[in-house]
Design a protein around this ligand. Structure first.
Ligand SMILES: [Zn+2]
Length: 743
């Protein structure tokens, strides 16, 4: 490095070009953009010594009426106040009210009339279905005294006033009774509800947001009681759930928990297969077969059965029930833990589901566990539903349905596997690493989409779905209209058209850039795991993630979070010029010995070649001057100018000029191709832009002659325009990059 100093110095003198873009502080620390660290959340990104969180335990009885699709429930919630302040009231979420008459979502949804439109999409279609959704709250009572508690409903939020202030360290139990009419998921694109199968007249219920649930109260924003408008999902407290589900006796039920009364609800044969599945690690075992399910479809049992489930330390509870269900399961070995991977699907899902679903659950559990923490729950279900992908603890609802004759394309299979991996993956984000989805979609969807892609890459390398969630996959979005684009760090419900990309693909692509190009897999994986370990079963915020990734890696990432998460800038690096130099030999230089020159003058003759668009004009020769004595100042020692000249003899010096046209600073990946056909890839950290965010020059010394240079040859940085990334320059209209890649 030292030996190159003079060369760099000489050439740097000429590189100080005028800056046409404003300095934007892209490398400044985030500082005041992040919340001030405190004893709850530290500057290292960890839960602090005073970290606390609330807990809510649920004891629920619920019944599904298969005749009129009415859900009736009663629950006892025991709320533990661990906050350092007392509480006069608590807030619960009534998500079903999102579809009650006069709901806020419909009121605030923009719409317009066109001269012709399919009935399904008519702007006020939901009103034409005459659906009376929403919770009917029958009672709210103090569980100890049995007295009514005053409550108030504000759209999707319910405030319950407590009889006395609930002090720190105290708990309070209360009962809520409710009912609601289930919604037809075919009419309303909703997370829970039922699907009706006209051929056999049966229903398949997937129950979600089906009970009044505690809001999160935390150190960061007090009550998270922002209204549910349909997009920004949920913020929920951890607790233990005991849930009794009463359904027609011919139904099969799965839920967010461990079945407690298998011997009561299963037949002897099912019980035997269930036990076998728990010990089978190589392939799924059928607990209820397709033939049996088809027989059950014809029954209309008037008897009831109650399935009991228990779940420990979960943030929510979902279940699925139908007489159409086929059921298979297998055990997964995670360092001695053996959770059961299970699938529930009607015959309409086969043959695809029997073949792929439970294996996809297994693959997701294995890969996610290796990157975060070992899956801590005893079961993980994948439930077949039409047109859906939705996640709950230990249970998710997934689309991917073959045609009526059972045939399906590779695309259908790839999409189905992708959605299962994704939704099972949500067990980790946000079910275990429990971020606030109402506020930050990216914290669960983005991190999860990243690991979804990693799982496909490891376990399904041929999948056509790998390209989304990659830097390459996000370029079209990134170069889009900035006037309607929002940065990732914005509220979920206000994201407009950016919702999908900002929630899923952009953060996933950004994390891919971070892993593969900025940090390297080793540092990234260690830090990402650290984040998951620190925040498992807790409530992390964005700063906790940002800080942990730096804290665990010694990589300053403020520029990265600033650019990728707080702005709508994109990556677009231009390789403006490449200049080729050689140092004049001593021999040639002899005749010029007496000529007086100042630094810089000697490259004046190179100006004629300044606009060279290829290497055909050869290298420009430059002179390395003797170092003047006054340069050394107080030093008595000197470097040997002759030694330096000797080192530089015969070497090729390449000066690259790079322009940051997209604004988002980025590492620079340089692929050198030499005239002998060999290649070399160099990665320069993004800090190359720290002195000048818009344009930099850098000199490289190479033994061999270069035939071409490509910036970001694999498009690993998300560069939106690769046409200006190559030298020699492309002829107008043709992409040199593409041409070179082709060769
Ligand atoms: Zn998701």
């Amino acid at each position: 490095m030292k030996k190159l100093f003079f060369v760099c110095f000489v050439l740097l003198v000429f590189s100080a070009g005028a800056q046409d873009k404003k300095w934007a502080g892209k490398f400044e620390q985030l500082e005041q953009m992040l919340p001030t660290p405190n004893t709850y959340r530290t500057a290292s990104g960890s839960p602090g010594p005073s970290y606390w969180q609330q807990r809510a335990d649920y004891d629920i009885d619920v019944e599904i009426n298969d005749e009129n699709q009415l859900l009736t429930g009663k629950e006892t919630i025991t709320y533990f106040n661990n906050a350092p302040e007392g509480m006069k009231y608590v807030w619960l979420q009534l998500d079903q009210n999102n579809l009650s008459p006069g709901n806020m979502t419909d009121k605030t949804q923009g719409s317009s009339v066109r001269d012709s439109v399919a009935a399904y999409f008519f702007p006020v279609a939901s009103e034409t279905y005459n659906y009376e959704g929403g919770f009917k709250i029958k009672s709210v009572k103090d569980a100890t005294t049995g007295k009514d508690l005053p409550f108030l409903v504000n759209y999707t939020m319910m405030r319950i006033d407590l009889p006395t202030v609930l002090k720190t360290g105290e708990k309070f139990s209360f009962k809520v009774e409710w009912s609601y009419v289930e919604k037809d998921r075919m009419k309303f694109s909703e997370r829970g509800g039922y699907e009706y199968f006209p051929e056999d007249g049966n229903y398949l219920y997937t129950e979600a947001q089906w009970f009044p649930r505690m809001c999160v109260f935390d150190d960061y924003e007090g009550w998270q009681n922002k209204q549910f408008l349909g997009r920004g999902e949920f913020a929920l407290a951890f607790g233990n759930y005991r849930v009794k589900i009463t359904v027609p006796a011919d139904h099969i039920v799965g839920a967010s928990g461990v079945l407690q009364n298998a011997k009561t609800v299963l037949t002897a044969q099912q019980m035997e297969r269930f036990e076998k599945a728990k010990k089978t690690f190589d392939k799924p075992v059928l607990i209820a077969t397709q033939e049996e399910a088809v027989e059950r479809e014809k029954l209309r049992s008037k008897e009831k059965k109650t399935w009991e489930f228990y779940a420990e330390n979960v943030r929510d509870f979902a279940f699925a029930t139908s007489r159409k269900f086929i059921w298979d399961a297998m055990a997964v070995n995670l360092n001695g833990k053996t959770p059961l991977a299970e699938s529930l699907y009607p015959k309409e899902g086969n043959p695809l589901w029997g073949k792929e679903s439970t294996l996809a659950v297994k693959n997701a559990l294995e890969v996610y566990s290796s990157r975060t923490i070992d899956y801590p729950y005893p079961v993980a279900y994948s439930v077949h539903t039409a047109n859906q992908g939705m996640e709950y603890p230990m249970m998710c609802f997934n689309g991917g349905r073959p045609a009526k004759d059972g045939s399906y394309s590779q695309r259908t299979q790839d999409a189905m596997v992708m959605v299962i991996v994704h939704e099972v993956g949500h067990n980790f984000f946000p079910m275990i690493v429990n971020s606030d989805e109402r506020q930050w979609t990216w914290m669960d969807e983005g991190l999860n989409s990243f690991l979804e892609k990693e799982t496909l890459r490891e376990r399904y390398p041929a999948s056509s779905r790998i390209v989304s969630n990659t830097p390459k996959g996000i370029t079209n979005y990134m170069k889009g209209d900035k006037s309607i684009m929002r940065p990732i760090m914005g509220m979920s419900d206000n994201q407009g058209r950016s919702f999908g990309p900002n929630g899923y693909n952009k953060p996933a692509a950004a994390l891919t850039v971070l892993r593969e190009t900025v940090m390297g897999p080793e540092l990234f994986d260690k830090s990402f795991k650290e984040y998951a370990q620190r925040w498992a079963f807790k409530h992390p915020k964005p700063a906790d993630f940002f800080r942990t990734m730096e804290d665990a890696s010694a990589v300053d990432l403020d520029w990265f979070w600033r650019g990728w998460f707080y702005t709508t800038d994109h990556v677009d690096v231009e390789l403006s010029t490449v200049k080729w130099f050689k140092v004049k030999s001593e021999q040639k230089d002899l005749e010029n010995k007496g000529v007086k020159t100042s630094q810089g003058d000697l490259t004046a003759s190179a100006k004629g070649k300044a606009d060279a668009t290829d290497f055909t004009q050869g290298a420009q020769e430059i002179t390395v001057l003797d170092t003047k004595d006054n340069f050394y100042g107080e030093f008595r020692n000197k470097v040997s100018d002759a030694d330096i000249r000797a080192k530089l003899q015969g070497k090729n010096l390449y000066e690259l000029t790079l322009k940051n046209k997209g604004g988002l600073v980025t590492p620079v990946v340089i692929e050198w191709t030499y005239t002998d056909g060999s290649k070399e890839v160099e990665k320069i950290p993004a800090e190359i832009w720290r002195m000048n965010e818009n344009e930099v020059k850098k000199v490289f010394m190479k033994e061999k002659e270069v035939s071409n240079v490509i910036i970001d040859p694999g498009n690993d940085t998300g560069d939106v325009n690769l046409a200006d990334n190559a030298f020699p320059k492309k002829p107008a209209g043709e992409s040199k990059f593409d041409q070179l890649k082709k060769n």
